[in-house]
Ligand binder design. Structure first.
Ligand code: ADP
Ligand code: MG
Length: 272
């Protein structure tokens, strides 16, 4: 029980849209152990982003509970929530939407270090260089505006910013979906390295089973707001039990997806 970093129980969420009631999440339960990568996969509209937004506390759940690091996560508010957010960080599909594109890379990384009191003013430049190197960039990148970077480099900065506060959990929602296939493979490798080196747990969300399979220890499959299947990544891909998982496995793979699977054939080999 102690290694349960995150435990989501019976989470439900509905939306009213044009007079219709949409059930985005229907009694969703899942757990993530410390240091584990759980892949959450499902077709578009299955409820994945609603789950990540509730975790982020951007959207309120209608029902259910979330325990994170032993605390009632949905009961936290105000200063305690701001403080605890350091432990659960997010990476989105579009890094430019997540930070000021005019800011320099150094400024983007300085913010979380300052706001969360990770390092004093004189230690922060060194900390920024360490973060850049950890995500495969160099000290030279600190002075550049984020806007001048390539898509892959921006996503590296987003990951550096996310790990700056020393989180125990990263939530990545379609974090590699906008990247071309080579860059995507490199970012996936980086995530697996970080996860192995630092023991950061990940909730890795994607509509693409090939991508999820490459990085995850376990996979949960969503369909129509429900988790319809959960199991070790290899088992879900090799012997899908649910109709939704079978459809994802059978989906005609693009040439790019096939190349990715060939390049990163299960980066994660040892389930924790
Ligand atoms: P996914 O990330 O798996 O594509 P989402 O969580 O974004 O799925 O959406 C799940 C369902 O909830 C969809 O039917 C979507 O249209 C609906 N939905 C999500 N957010 C809202 C909202 N703010 N208002 C109305 N409907 C929403
Ligand atoms: Mg989504």
């Amino acid at each position: 029980m102690n290694d349960r970093l995150l435990s989501i129980e019976n989470l439900s969420k509905g939306f009213s849209s044009a007079g219709r009631r949409i059930t985005a999440l229907d009694n969703v339960s899942l757990t993530i152990a410390a240091g584990e990568t759980l892949g959450l996969v499902g077709a578009s509209g299955s409820g994945k982003s609603t789950l990540s937004r509730i975790l982020l506390r951007l959207v309120a759940a209608d029902a259910g509970s979330i325990r994170f690091e032993g605390e009632d996560w949905l009961a936290l508010n105000g200063a305690p929530l701001r403080h605890r957010r350091a432990r659960m960080q997010m990476v989105f599909q579009d890094p430019l939407a997540a930070f000021n594109p005019l800011a320099s890379v150094g400024a983007v990384l300085d913010d979380p270090l300052r706001i969360h009191g990770i390092a004093g003013k004189d230690r922060r430049p060194g900390e920024i260089i360490m973060l850049l190197e950890r995500v495969g960039l160099t000290a030279d990148h600190a002075a550049r505006p984020v806007r001048a970077l390539s898509g892959g480099q921006r996503q590296r900065v987003a990951i550096a910013r996310a790990i700056a506060t020393r989180p125990s959990l990263l939530v990545l929602d379609e974090a590699v979906s906008a990247l071309d296939v080579t860059v995507r493979g490199r970012i996936l490798e980086l995530l697996v390295d970080l996860q192995k080196e630092q023991g950061i747990a990940c909730l890795f969300i994607s509509h693409d089973l090939a991508v999820v399979r490459a990085v995850s220890h376990r996979i949960a499959v969503m369909d129509g707001g429900r988790i319809v299947e959960t199991g070790p990544a290899a088992a879900v891909v090799a012997a899908p039990q649910s109709a939704a998982a079978r459809a994802l496995v059978a989906a005609p793979q693009s040439a790019a997806a096939r190349a990715l699977v060939a390049a990163v054939p299960r980066l994660v080999t040892d389930p924790c």
